[in-house]
Ligand binder design. Structure first.
Ligand SMILES: [Zn+2]
Ligand SMILES: [Zn+2]
Length: 520
């Protein structure tokens, strides 16, 4: 006798929060879906690296998984940032053999990010040690006696690093890509769809729907990292009004307690360029390679093309940012309408005669002797390594030059050290690339660049989900898991959301390792 309606109730889904719980980095969610047939499928949404903001050993945090990777059937990746993809090679190294799903641009960018991460873990030729610190992992954290449940190193050397190039090579063979809005069946009755998160190129919200006979029974959504409206290059985050059967949301809260200033970064950039130019100086911009460097180039090109600042060479001296720029240029289908219009009516803001790419170390060295004016963009964004250090050594002690910060500077980085000294007004005496120096260049900061939604944007995104779902008796409140934020940011957002939708929404900020039933 057919029992389809009864059997439909037997499927279940649960989630374990394996990272980015009451902290920003290490995004990783482990999900177990039991189909009505009784078969259980296991999958991850993201497997990111813990990077900053932990009081405990980051090496141990990154090594210690809360599940057996061999049992994983699939991986859903939201976007290419290291705090979302950085631990995938660890899973592959320890036996995960399934598919890694992503958008096409995310696959391309993840390849760049992971090879760079593996490279950062290679021995430092100067001291034969490992320099995991470039990933934000303190060398003192390395624990040769590490013994975690699922940690089986390939060789004794692997005890000193999380993975190597070979692991990344293998990881990249596992990808399967999907366009936005192209729903696919991950497991029987469980469907996945990527939608534009407007955070960085290829970034996605993930909609998971359980379907029976083609009809949606229940849904959940992961925000991944949520972007800001009006960012250059990419489209705004999608607002979803069609998720009628939504029961659960996992949302990031990086800026859950903050509102972004309205001032345009382009205007600030204009002021700083003019001031430096008038002093006869050079402008040095340490920048993250993914997205931020391309955004800065976009604005610089526009300012020079529109004669708002004098035209001068813009040197891009970051092998990783150069590769990311290529990926950006290869995906015009992901551009927002504004950029498409600009390309159509004027010219491409990422292609410019004054933009000079410095590929080799020799190219990089060659500009040190060049006189002002010029603008230099180089990694790393927090001055904790990369080609920017040599440029800072050569140019940092001249007051006519400007050192401009365009991104977050984490505790323990040279960037943060310089900013902290600058704020106190003390002489900025620091060690740059093993040499003592005093920074006399002018320090400037632009805080208006942000890839993350602020509180108002997150509230708007959630509100539309709440207002457009079918409110059912069995599930009157939308359960919202607030993750990817410091405790205070998540807490503030939870209070705000509850205030906004007192009877329709149930916010909660899970802790590390917590397992919760989604559907039963
Ligand atoms: Zn991100
Ligand atoms: Zn993130």
């Amino acid at each position: 006798m057919p029992q389809t309606s009864n059997l439909a109730n037997k499927s279940s889904l649960n989630i374990t929060f394996c990272g980015a719980a009451r902290t920003v980095t290490g995004s990783m969610y482990f999900l177990e879906y039991t189909h009505e047939s009784g078969k259980t499928y296991r999958f991850n949404v993201d497997a990111g690296m813990f990077q900053v903001g932990q009081d405990v050993s980051l090496y141990k945090m990154n090594s210690n998984l809360l599940f057996e990777p061999k049992l994983l059937d699939a991986m859903i990746l939201t976007h290419c940032h290291l705090d979302h993809c950085g631990r995938i090679p660890i899973l592959v190294n320890r036996g995960f053999g399934g598919r890694i799903h992503s958008t096409p641009a995310t696959r391309e960018l993840t390849e760049i990010v992971l090879y760079d991460a593996a490279k950062q873990q290679e021995p430092d030729p100067r001291d034969k040690g490992f320099h995991l610190d470039a990933l934000g992992i303190n060398r003192d954290d390395l624990d040769p006696g590490l013994n975690t449940d699922w940690f089986i190193p390939k060789s004794p050397e692997m005890m000193d690093k999380l993975y190597d190039q070979t692991d990344v090579e293998l990881t990249m063979t596992r990808f399967k890509t999907h366009e936005y809005h192209s729903e696919f069946e991950l497991f029987p009755d469980l469907w996945v769809e990527y939608r534009d998160a407007g955070h960085i190129l290829g970034s996605a919200n993930v909609v998971i729907s359980e379907k029976k006979n083609g009809e949606v029974i229940r849904q959940m959504i992961f925000s991944g990292d949520l972007g800001n409206p009006n960012k250059p290059i990419i489209r705004d985050p999608e607002i979803h009004k069609d998720l009628k059967k939504l029961t659960h949301v996992v949302v990031e809260s990086t800026y859950g307690d903050r509102l972004h200033p309205t001032l345009q970064p382009k205007l600030r950039l204009k002021e700083i360029i003019k001031k430096t130019y008038n002093k006869g100086g050079k402008l040095l911009i340490p920048s993250f390679s993914v997205e931020r460097a391309q955004e800065v180039i976009y604005y610089l090109t526009e300012l020079m093309r529109d004669n708002e600042v004098p035209a001068m060479p813009i040197y891009l001296d970051s092998p990783m940012a150069i590769k990311v720029l290529d990926v950006c240029l290869d995906h015009p289908e992901l551009y927002d309408e504004e950029l498409k219009k600009k390309i159509h009516e004027k010219a491409h803001p990422l292609i410019y005669k004054h933009l000079k790419i410095l590929e080799s170390i020799e190219d990089s060295k060659s500009i040190n002797k060049l006189p002002a004016p010029y603008i230099l963009i180089a990694g790393s964004g927090m001055l904790n390594g990369g080609r920017i250090l040599k440029h800072l050594l050569h140019n940092g002690s001249y007051p006519e030059n400007t050192l401009l910060f365009v991104g977050y500077q984490a505790q323990g980085t040279l960037g943060r050290q310089i900013l902290d000294l600058w704020k106190t007004g003390d002489p900025i005496k620091v060690v740059v690339d093993e040499a003592d120096m005093e920074i006399r260049a002018e320090i400037s900061v632009i805080n208006e660049f942000s890839a993350h939604a602020d509180q108002a944007m997150i509230k708007k995104w959630i509100s539309e989900l709440v207002l457009n779902r079918d409110k059912v008796e069995s599930n009157p409140e939308l359960r919202v898991f607030i993750t990817h934020g410091e405790h205070i940011a998540s807490q503030t957002l939870a209070t705000e959301l509850k205030h906004q939708h007192p009877s329709d929404l149930d916010p909660y900020y899970p802790h590390f390792g917590e397992k919760v039933t989604i559907w039963e």
